[in-house]
Design a protein. Structure first.
Length: 160
């Protein structure tokens, strides 16, 4: 069975986001072993300098990379990534299984994104949209799209 992990910078702070994420993790249990791992967001002042942001990205990036299994297929969510349709997500998951990948990891950065080191480690860079979303909502949306991808991949019905 495929293992799907979501590595995210920061915590879900609102119960409704926690509940929504938990619901999709539960649903995904029928298709894959799923886990969500959070790493602490770097502390930054109200108006950080470019150097402070860069240092925060490096610190968060190291924490994310330390959680990655060596052989995992890695998809980093970043603004410059390719926009995937739900069908593309289904293909990504199916292809991972066909290649024999046992672990697919999706990485969500903090409010300033991901370090270049994390992006270089990624096998694919995904963009959810050209629009900006709160990272907490992006996590729920990602989990829903992974679930939808498994449903599509198996030819099961899912609402449009």
């Amino acid at each position: 069975m495929l293992t799907v992990s979501v590595l995210a910078v920061g915590r879900l702070k609102d119960k409704f986001y926690e509940d929504a994420a938990a619901e999709y993790v539960k649903r995904l249990g029928a298709y894959a072993k799923v886990n969500v791992t959070e790493v602490k967001a770097a502390d930054l002042p109200e108006n950080p300098s470019a150097a402070e942001i860069e240092n925060a990205l490096l610190k968060e990036g190291r924490a994310l990379l330390s959680k990655l299994p060596q052989t995992a297929f890695v998809a980093a969510l970043c603004i410059e990534g390719k926009q995937y349709s739900s069908e593309d997500m289904a293909t990504l998951l199916s292809n991972a299984a066909l290649r024999g990948d046992s672990h697919v990891v999706f990485i969500i950065g903090g409010s300033y994104g991901l370090s270049d080191e994390v992006k270089r480690r990624a096998d694919v860079r995904l963009s959810m949209s050209r629009m900006t979303f709160p990272h907490r909502l992006a996590r729920v949306m990602l989990l829903e799209q992974i679930y939808r991808g498994f449903k599509i991949g198996r030819g099961e019905k899912y609402h449009k």
